[in-house]
Design a protein around this ligand. Structure first.
Ligand SMILES: C[S@@+](CC[C@H](N)C(=O)[O-])C[C@H]1O[C@@H](n2cnc3c(N)ncnc32)[C@H](O)[C@@H]1O
Length: 311
């Protein structure tokens, strides 16, 4: 590990930490937090090759299968293993949250704050060849990044992504829906998903540029990606958006991953040294903005699902 260098935090942030009973030293030791990588299942044999490529040792995290810690200053973005979708950059704390769900192949899992998708990918890796994962997020641009991530890691097959507010999301998983269960036989069915996005989506994306939390005006969740084995292809809109009734089993596991305070967020705060501490004051410490944009969005009801809130 490199020599520890200390950050000088601005007065406003120090007062904020004091008011909230937080020890500022966790934010000042820039080099004290290790970073973690996860190897995609099946690529564990690449450890030696990756160590050679990124020029450091991968220390196995014994309590979390597939995870390794590396020194904080090591960059992985240029490595072949990362670029070829064999290695993820994901914190151990994030991995612990997913691991606590106890996902088994065949489960139908719901990730209510899914973007940009590191945990959703881990869920899909745990599902393997059976089950489905549904990711929901309010931020269209972040969901687009999530879609790119699923495709990069070859995990799109069993997944669906919805632009929606997790506090009200109630689209059920597709389990054993009988074919032709919808009365209107003339209604169009979902075809194979294509990256050529329809005009409506492109128009909404342009509108969303000024407001990243732009949700569909009719309040209905908007499906922005689905894979070949997600169960969506061949369904009619009414079947996909059918109301959850008592016959539905709902989801087997649900993760609510609203803004959190794990190791990753410490590093995130440290990035404001380059971005400018005034940006931190505007984006993080502005109580009115936080109330307006985040607090209301994060009150997520889980409606009877088994749920882990990652804080
Ligand atoms: C900590 S990030 C999630 C990280 C993600 N789970 C991962 O592993 O990459 C929090 C996400 O929650 C989303 N979010 C916040 N409130 C939401 C709500 N009410 N419904 C859906 N998504 C929400 C934000 O847009 C943001 O993308």
């Amino acid at each position: 590990m490199g020599e520890t260098s200390k950050l000088q935090l601005p007065e406003t942030f120090l007062s904020f930490l004091e008011a909230n009973g937080l020890d500022p030293s966790i934010y000042t030791h820039r080099d004290s937090i290790p970073r973690y990588v996860r190897l995609k299942p099946g690529f564990e044999d690449l450890v030696g090759e990756i160590e050679y490529e990124i020029n450091c040792k991968l220390e196995k995290v014994n309590w979390l299968p597939g995870f390794y810690s590396i020194p904080p200053d090591v960059q992985i973005a240029r490595s072949m293993a990362y670029q070829q979708g064999k290695m993820y950059g994901i914190d151990a704390a994030s991995g612990a949250a997913v691991s606590a769900l106890g996902i088994s192949p065949g489960d139908h899992v719901l990730d209510l704050c899914a973007a940009p998708g590191a945990k959703l990918c881990m869920m899909l890796d745990l599902l393997g060849e059976k089950g489905t994962a549904t990711g929901v997020d309010v931020a269209r641009h972040r969901l687009a990044a999530c879609r790119t991530m699923l495709r990069k890691y070859g995990l799109g097959q069993r997944s669906r992504l919805f632009l929606a507010d997790g506090t009200t999301f109630s689209v059920p998983p597709i389990t054993n829906l009988p074919c032709g269960s919808c009365a209107d036989d003339h209604e169009e069915t979902f075809k194979e998903w294509t990256s050529r996005r329809p005009y409506k989506e492109r128009k909404q994306e342009a509108k969303a540029k000024n407001n990243n939390f732009f949700l569909p005006q009719n309040g209905q969740p908007e499906i922005i990606f689905y894979g070949q084995s997600s169960g969506v292809i061949g369904l009619k809109k009414k079947e996909l958006y059918r109301p959850l009734d008592q016959k539905d089993c709902g989801y087997d596991k649900v993760l609510v991953d609203a803004e959190c305070t794990h190791d990753g967020s410490i590093k995130h705060i440290q990035k404001f040294e380059q971005w400018g501490w005034t940006t931190l004051e505007r984006r993080v410490l502005d109580a009115e903005r936080t109330d307006r944009n985040l607090t209301a969005l994060q009150i997520v009801e889980t409606r009877g699902h088994s749920c882990i809130q990652h804080l």
